[in-house]
Design a binder for this molecule. Structure first.
Ligand code: ATP
Length: 723
């Protein structure tokens, strides 16, 4: 791939669009001082992506845009386009021609295009690197630089050689990797110091979090125990309360029932009382009647006695044999009476007792009357008596018998009534006793009620206490009651209370832990873990970058070693050719492959940088017939020729696609200019040259010659010779 054409418009002194077509071999640009020749070189550098303003001899972007002249106003934009032949396909783009263009505006904005498509600087750099045309110090060389190659430090010289050897890319990558390692190490250090900073606080937070976890566990355990404890206790208390209420109700029911009974009893009692003390129970009337009867009987008995006396008189008058007393009769009657009295004494029943007693007494009374009236005379021989008297007597006796029987009936009635009265009294007293008993029972029931009320109050108080305890524990009694709590088989109230107390003490010991602290722990831990991971990633990055560096170094070593021996050889050849003898060589100052043996896990020390700094190339040259080795003692021409020999060696060994040489032939005398021209012609078979020159010998070599002039501050290009 070679340069075909350069279009410049608005760039520096090139106010108007200027086109330069390049020859495949040598293109020479000539012109007086200050006409703008070097501006063309700047344009080439710039379009190839130069980022250093110094390198294009400016301070700021604006300096690159035509700044105006007496006749022409300044421009707002500069544009340079470089046309390249890609028929060989060296650039990885599917076009036979590649046009790279770059614009700059006064505001400083830069634009890059490849074949009219807007691209990034990186794309431009990529395509040129692939085509081995990357704009570096080596592809554009001015006189100062050619001389400077001798004055450069070994390291700078090494850079140029690396560029020429095509390992510069690797070297750049290696430097990048080394820089990345350094940055990564910086980051690693920052990460480590952040971790160190966080760690003590994180440890504290971790402890707090683990305490909180423990606390949580205890709270859960406590909650479980409390749930069953509260459940058992409150259920039992409710059960107890219900039982008390039931007992209370049944006691009240009992009192009510007994009170009703009492009322009824009292009602009956007062009725009974009224009956008992109303006065008339018939006994008095009967007594009265009995007395009347007794009187009548008495009178009749008197009548009878009179009749009997009459009869007696009659009988006596007719000599009746009379025994004064019938002893047997009296004996029989007395023993009968005594029997009755005895019976009366033994009788338990008051009524019966009276009745029998009366019967006995009456019998005695009757016997007494019979004796007194002489009725119990024993007739030894029955006298004859007037039948009328007898009849009268018989009538009286019948009446007496009848009345006696009536009297006995009344007597029995009285006894009966008295028995009745006793029964009623007994019933009354029984009622009184019953009332008393019920009243006592009610009293007892009321005592029970009072006790139950006290018990109920106690249970309610306990329930109140437990409810408060439940509420204090953040629970709800209704939920506790509703929950189907399985009472542990080995539930023991004392043990549970002890355990609850113990857990509460433990909670107190742990103390409360702020939720924000836990939150902070999680956040800090996350951050720490993130840093830990990052640290690991950074270490991995360092390790892989080290591998990259090793690989790059291996490539650099291999490529550069090969190249170096070639260039060394060429340098000696060109030196001897130019000077007609002598000896020149390049010396590797330090071996590239000294990078190893670094076991630092963070990616090593600064060995990568050290190596870059340590590496370098020295020049050793001896002129024919002379012994001087020290280049500083060479004449200006000798130095120029030595640097040109080295330059040619580089070009010959690397065969770059193109090379811009800006007045590097200025110091050559005619003889040396001819040698220079000859070698250049030789090299131009492989490398395209664009030469800025004042040297006539060089101009003669050119395939295309451009003359640059400046008119009123504006550069113009004139083609002086075409191929
Ligand atoms: P020499 O042979 O002495 O090295 P030269 O031909 O290489 O000279 P240059 O250095 O290319 O000349 O050109 C310098 C000229 O370009 C100066 O006259 C300078 O004023 C002009 N110039 C540089 N920048 C601008 C700009 N932005 N606008 C207008 N003119 C500019």
């Amino acid at each position: 791939m070679h340069l075909k054409r350069l279009e410049i418009s608005g760039f520096k002194s090139f106010a108007q669009k200027t086109i330069l077509d390049f020859a495949g071999g040598i293109t020479a640009i000539v012109g007086p001082n200050g006409c703008g020749k070097s501006n063309i070189v700047d344009a080439i550098k710039w379009v190839m992506g130069e980022q250093s303003m110094k390198s294009v001899r400016g301070k700021k972007g604006e300096d690159l845009i035509f700044s105006g002249s007496k006749k022409r106003v300044r421009l707002g934009k500069a544009r340079v386009a470089l046309f390249m032949d890609n028929s060989s396909g060296a650039a990885p783009i599917d076009f036979p021609e590649v046009v790279i263009s770059r614009n700059i505006f006064r505001a400083g904005e830069n634009e890059y295009h490849i074949n009219n498509s807007k691209v990034r600087l990186k794309d431009v750099a990529d395509i040129l690197t692939k085509a081995r045309m990357a704009q570096k110090s080596f592809s554009i060389i001015n006189q100062g630089m050619a001389d400077a190659i001798l004055n450069y430090s070994p390291t700078e010289r090494q850079l140029i050689l690396e560029e020429a050897a095509g390992v510069r890319g690797y070297q750049v990558k290696k430097e990048e990797a080394a820089r990345k390692i350094k940055n990564t190490k910086d980051n690693l250090e920052k990460t480590a110091s952040l971790m160190a900073e966080i760690e003590p606080h994180l440890n504290y937070l971790r402890k707090q979090a683990s305490k909180a976890e423990k606390r949580e566990e205890i709270v859960k355990k406590l909650g479980d125990i409390q749930k069953s404890y509260f459940g058992v206790i409150s259920k039992n208390l409710y059960k107890e309360k219900n039982q008390i209420n039931r007992r209370n109700k049944s006691a009240r029911d009992e009192i009510f029932r007994k009170s009703q009974e009492l009322i009824e009893l009292k009602k009956n009692l007062s009725k009974e009382e009224k009956n008992m003390f109303s006065g008339d129970n018939g006994i008095f009337g009967l007594q009265q009647k009995w007395n009347d009867l007794r009187m009548k009987i008495g009178e009749m008995e008197k009548e009878t006695a009179k009749i009997e006396a009459k009869i007696e008189l009659i009988l006596i008058a007719r000599e009746p044999q009379v025994s004064p007393v019938d002893i047997d009769y009296i004996k029989t009657r007395i023993s009968q009476s005594l029997e009755l009295l005895k019976k009366a004494l033994n009788s338990q029943n008051a009524g019966e007792k009276n009745k029998i007693l009366n019967e006995g007494l009456e019998m005695l009374d009757c016997l007494h009357n019979e004796i007194k009236n002489g009725k119990i005379k024993k007739y030894l021989k029955k006298p004859e008596v007037n039948p009328g008297l007898l009849e009268e007597k018989k009538e009286l006796e019948d009446k007496i018998a009848k009345l006696s029987s009536e009297s006995r009936e009344i007597q029995a009635n009285i006894a009966n009534r008295q028995g009745q009265e006793l029964k009623e009294k007994a019933k009354f007293f029984e009622m009184e006793r019953r009332i008393k008993a019920i009243e006592d029972e009610i009293g007892g029931d009321k005592d029970v009620l009072r006790d139950l009320d006290i018990e109920e109050a106690k249970v309610s108080m306990k329930l109140g206490d437990i409810e408060k305890e439940i509420a204090d524990s953040g629970m709800n009694i209704q939920e506790i009651i509703a929950a189907d709590i399985k009472i542990p088989e080995l539930f023991n109230q004392d043990d549970s209370e002890r355990e609850i107390r113990r857990l509460k003490v433990r909670l107190d010991e742990i103390g409360s832990i702020d939720q924000a602290t836990i939150q902070e722990f999680h956040e800090t831990d996350q951050r720490y873990q993130f840093l830990e991971k990052e640290s690991g990633d950074l270490k991995k990055t360092i390790s892989s970058l080290k591998n990259v560096i090793d690989e790059l170094e291996r490539k650099i070593r291999e490529n550069f070693n090969d190249y170096f021996s070639v260039i060394n050889n060429e340098f000696n050849n060109y030196f001897r050719l130019i000077f007609g003898g002598g000896r020149a060589s390049l010396l590797r100052k330090t071996a590239v492959n000294q990078v190893d043996g670094d076991n630092d896990e963070t990616g090593g020390n600064d060995k990568e940088n050290d190596n870059i700094n340590r590496e370098g190339v020295d020049i050793s040259a001896i002129l024919p017939g002379k012994k001087i080795k020290d280049l500083s003692l060479f004449s200006g021409g000798e130095r120029s020729l030595t640097s040109i020999a080295l330059l040619f060696a580089i070009i010959a060994s690397a065969s770059p696609p193109f090379l811009v040489l800006d007045e590097i032939d200025a110091a050559l005398d005619e003889d040396n200019s001819q040698k220079f021209g000859k070698i250049l012609r030789e090299l131009s078979r492989k490398t395209q040259f664009i030469l800025i020159t004042h040297n006539r010998e060089t101009m003669k070599l050119a395939d295309i010659l451009y003359g640059v002039t400046m008119d009123e501050g504006v550069s113009r290009v004139l083609s002086l010779r075409l191929v």
